[in-house]
Design a protein around this ligand. Structure first.
Ligand code: AMP
Ligand code: MG
Length: 352
């Protein structure tokens, strides 16, 4: 079984072909990606219109390269999968339309993939992780703790009520005059900083639910910067280290709370899986490793290239769905909002 996957929900244009291995995991035959980071950098964030235009310009070439790079022709594919949301509407429309078009032209099944589910299922492609497991998704746009129980069967245990973790890193980077995106720069500066110099808050620590809140922490950094006046290199390094230490504490505490909820609501998890661009952060990985060890759990962190947005995770989710007979028709509309667990979303918005 070989599936083409297209990803265009944010600022990565990506296409990949993945094959189902006899052992159960996925073999990545090709994985093409064009990261638009440099195009958005002058604006300090993703500009939706620029992103959509870049997807249009790059997707067809990447897709051809993914298919030929896999040693295949379009007719050899078993299905075409495209991310149908959640994400920026312009980009989603482009990937979805492209996926449907290729499916129509080749007569192959079409599969609309939830981008969040693709992150959630990546560990099954790379490490053959069995259901049920706890996923911590920490990226520029998402911060969620999810019990992954099966394909299309997810229980959201926690989410952020304001900023995503990556977003908080990026905003702190901006405050400190670091280049965009700030996350990796904050981590680098933190290496030489004193994590105890600034006493920053750890929002939500000890709360019984597993939700996050990061805007207060970001505001505390801003107030510290304003109070400090002109910053020296040492100040910047110490602020980065202090901020990162607070984030590590918050993530560990919230994940611990989610593990407790997981055990109560689902049972014993098979693993703790971490995904999203922020998973590249070494301090956060170490914090989670300590937590997993204490809980007697295996920590699975796909490689950074598979933690951030990519086409292989979309193709793999296509495989997971195709083998269950879950295909979609061409009427499937883009979904800029598409929660993995609609019940949890309604509860959070006070509509339950
Ligand atoms: P994604 O949203 O999955 O494409 O990942 C991008 C986000 O991850 C951005 O907010 C980055 O700043 C963040 N990020 C990437 N590397 C790191 C790192 N080493 N430490 C913290 N955040 C990071
Ligand atoms: Mg991205």
């Amino acid at each position: 079984m070989r599936v083409l996957g297209l990803e265009t929900t944010c600022d990565e244009t990506a296409a990949a072909v993945v094959e189902l291995k006899a052992s159960g995991g996925g073999l990545i035959l090709s994985n093409e990606i064009y990261s638009q980071t440099a195009e958005h950098a002058p604006f300090g964030g993703v500009v939706p219109e620029l992103a959509a235009r870049a997807h249009v310009e790059h997707l067809d070439v990447l897709m051809d390269r993914a298919v030929t790079g896999a040693g295949l022709r379009y007719g050899d594919l078993d299905a075409i999968a495209a991310a149908a949301g959640p994400g920026l509407i312009g980009g989603v429309m482009i990937g979805l339309t492209m996926g449907k078009t290729v499916a129509l032209a080749t007569g192959k099944p079409f599969i609309a993939v939830n981008h969040l589910e693709a992150h959630a299922l990546t560990a099954r492609m790379t490490d053959n992780v069995r259901f049920h497991y706890l996923l911590l998704l920490v990226s520029g746009g998402h911060t969620q703790l999810i019990a992954v129980k099966g394909v299309g069967d997810h229980l959201r245990l926690g989410t952020t009520i304001d900023d995503a973790v990556g977003e908080a890193f990026d905003k702190v980077g901006k405050l400190l005059g670091l280049p965009y995106p700030g996350g990796p720069h904050v981590e680098r500066k933190a290496l030489t900083g004193d994590p105890q110099r600034f006493a920053l808050p750890r929002p939500m620590l000890g709360r019984p639910n597993a939700d996050f809140s990061l805007s207060g922490l970001k505001t505390a950094v801003r107030l510290t910067v304003e109070r400090a006046g002109p910053l020296t290199q040492t100040d910047v390094a110490d602020l980065c280290a202090s901020f990162q230490a607070a984030v590590v504490d918050v993530i560990a505490d919230r994940t611990r709370a989610a593990l407790k909820a997981f055990r109560e609501k689902v049972g014993a998890p098979e693993a703790l899986v971490v995904a999203g661009g922020v998973a590249a952060n070494e301090s956060i990985r170490r914090g989670l490793q300590r937590l997993a060890q204490a809980a007697g759990l295996k920590l699975v962190t796909p490689s950074p290239a598979l933690c951030t947005d990519n086409g292989a995770m979309i193709a793999w989710t296509g495989i997971e769905r195709l083998r269950l007979g879950l295909v979609d028709d061409f009427a499937f509309a883009p979904r800029p909002r598409w929660p993995l667990d609609p019940d949890a979303e309604r509860a959070l918005n006070g509509k339950a």
